[in-house]
Design a protein around this ligand. Structure first.
Ligand code: BGC
Length: 581
């Protein structure tokens, strides 16, 4: 376990030239590849379509894996590719131990695994234990069985309220809009009970009070561990267990805190019984050796609650959503980074860092706003205020460079290495996120960040596939951002990511220490020292003078001389022999 450092201001070795430092986190020497890994999220339906049906597939992932090895990531995390009616892009699973035909076969999965391992990449898969698809055999059996049956007890069925049971059992709301309950009918057409779905009505929540549900997921874990996966990203890991009696909740459906409704009181999140589930899973993973990991997707606030999920005997790590939500607010960033390192050091776990994923507007678009950008999950439409993409990409490069200098593990979302923005002009009939339909179009949903990748500018469908139109259309800006063009340019976003990852590995920054460089922590800039590397981010319009040191990398190499321009991050190697450029 790491010891928690007291926060103190120290005067550093003068050779560092970085002024006073506030030490937050010591270098980490504990074993475990995942403590400092860079993990690349592959969103299978949008990665590469090798069979030409317009949707990405496992064979397409295998085909392009060498690009990811070349980028310098340590592992890939695959979003769901299991059998699914695709009502929520695969997060509605109808068979946890098979591959959906749109993505290929289990044989294709094995080939992809073999190729990953040949390239030195580990593979983590998504596990969706809170809910399944309404087409899952267990839910179909529950529908066919009467109230009170063991089949129904796999899910959360309740009688309705009101004189004739026509009102939902409680007031919980779905994340995607509308009530979190749907009523079913008996075989004779008479109205019957209601079932709970925190997400779409096609995604019934499992009943984790039932040991049969535990047994089923233990089987699923072993199935994929036996096929060689290095672990699981656990979908809505904080939601599986609901408070006894399902008490009313008038707060946010996603469990975030709001006026009068602190997130930690939400009855569908963060219940104590979750710990036993994860202890048990950890025991199963450990039987396969120390290298298999669990990462919690637990979007909770305040930050120290994140550490609830990561313990030596439970999850290895958790996504750091507070970091993603801190945006470019330097005060918030400093607070979140300090809190993350302190809270996770206290439980012997590394922090993780993340800026984008398949549920949020890409950071190249988010950072293109000066004021308020879109809310999580809402997307950007043609009628909304539009981001300044050039500004957003410049800031995104700065933010990525800043993030990847931090000690701990980092998660990247496919396409961020190209600086891709969100797609905005998606015709309504092509929108697939259930949020769009469930809110009558009021919330556009997450399709904009899920546009397929542009691989080769001159090829049909930008090289994503050579057959049918991609499942979502490319924005016109994507051709100029295609990977092959960027691969040929040393000043591209892609080249920057490659350089960052090479340096991060070479300097062992993922295992390093963190001290705030106080002279650089102003209202519009932030600086930290990791080992002997000073990382500076300047978000002001005014340039900032850098201290003496050897400039290793900067996010805007066109910036003049020794000055950082607005929206830029630089890494400097500090030391007595170093000279400024
Ligand atoms: C996933 C989403 C999904 C939801 C329901 C989330 O946390 O990341 O994409 O819609 O869980 O499974």
């Amino acid at each position: 376990m790491l010891s928690l450092m007291s926060v103190e201001t120290v005067t550093p070795d003068t050779s560092l030239n970085a002024g006073p430092l506030t030490l937050i986190h010591e270098a980490d020497n504990a074993p475990g590849w995942w403590r400092s890994a860079v993990i690349y999220q592959v969103y299978p339906r949008s990665f590469r379509d090798l069979n030409g049906d317009g949707v990405g597939d496992l064979a397409g992932i295998t085909e392009e894996l060498p690009h990811l090895a070349d980028l310098g990531v340590d592992a890939v995390w695959l979003s769901p590719f299991y059998r699914s009616p695709q009502r929520d892009a695969g997060y509605d699973v109808s068979d946890y131990c098979d591959v959906d035909p749109i993505f290929g076969t289990l044989g294709d999965f094995d080939v992809m695994m073999a190729e990953s391992h040949r390239l030195g990449l580990r593979v983590i898969v998504d596990l969706v234990p809170n809910h399944c698809s309404d087409q899952h055999a267990a839910f179909q059996a529950a529908l066919a069985a009467p109230a009170g049956s063991p089949e129904r007890d796999m899910f959360i069925f309740r009688d309705g309220t009101g004189p004739d049971g026509s009102e939902p059992p409680n007031n919980w709301q779905s994340h995607f809009g509308g009530p979190a309950w749907t009523r079913v009918a008996r075989p004779d057409g008479q109205p019957d009970q209601w079932y709970l779905h925190l997400f779409d009505s096609s995604q019934p929540d499992f009943n984790w009070d039932n040991p049969a549900v535990h047994a089923e997921f233990e089987r699923v874990l072993r199935f994929w561990l036996d096929r060689g996966v290095s672990g699981f990203r656990v979908d809505v890991a904080h939601a599986l267990v609901k408070a006894p009696g399902l008490p009313a909740w008038g707060g946010r459906a996603d469990g975030g805190s709001s006026e009068g409704f602190p997130g930690h009181e939400a009855p569908m999140f963060g219940q104590p019984a979750l710990h036993d589930i994860y202890r048990n899973w950890r025991r199963i993973l450990d039987q396969y050796g120390p290298d298999r990991i669990l990462c919690a997707e637990a979007n909770v606030d305040p930050l120290p609650r994140l550490a609830n999920w990561v313990r030596p005997d439970q999850m290895h790590q958790a996504f750091n959503f507070p970091y993603l939500h801190a945006g470019l607010d330097v005060y918030r960033l400093r607070g979140v980074i300090t809190d993350s390192l302190e809270a996770l050091d206290a439980v012997g776990a590394p922090s993780t860092w993340v800026l984008s994923n398949h549920d949020v507007v890409r950071h190249a678009s988010r950072f293109g706003y000066n004021g308020q950008g879109p809310r999580d999950g809402d997307g950007i439409g043609p009628a909304d205020p539009q981001p300044d993409i050039a500004l957003g990409r410049r800031r995104a490069a700065a933010a990525s460079l800043f993030m990847l200098g931090l000690p701990g593990a980092a998660y990247l979302y496919q396409g961020e290495e190209l600086g891709l923005p969100d797609g905005v002009d998606i015709p309504e009939h092509l929108r697939q996120d259930p949020t769009f339909a469930r809110t009558g179009g009021e919330r556009l949903g997450r399709d904009g960040c899920r546009i397929p990748l542009p691989w080769r500018a001159a090829e049909t469908h930008l090289g994503f596939g050579h057959g049918r139109d991609p499942w979502l259309p490319f924005p016109s800006s994507f051709a100029a951002l295609a990977r092959d063009l960027q691969a040929a340019s040393p000043s591209s976003h892609l080249a920057l990511y490659r350089d960052i990852l090479r340096l991060r590995r070479g300097l062992n920054l993922g295992r390093g220490s963190l001290s705030w460089a106080e002279d650089w922590c102003t209202g519009s800039s932030l600086g930290y020292v990791n080992g002997t590397t000073l990382v500076l981010m300047n978000l002001n319009h005014d340039p900032l003078e850098m201290p003496a040191g050897h400039v290793l990398l900067r996010s805007d190499p066109s910036g003049a001389g020794r000055f950082l321009a607005s929206g830029e991050t630089a890494w400097l190697q500090l030391g007595p022999d170093a000279a400024a450029d």
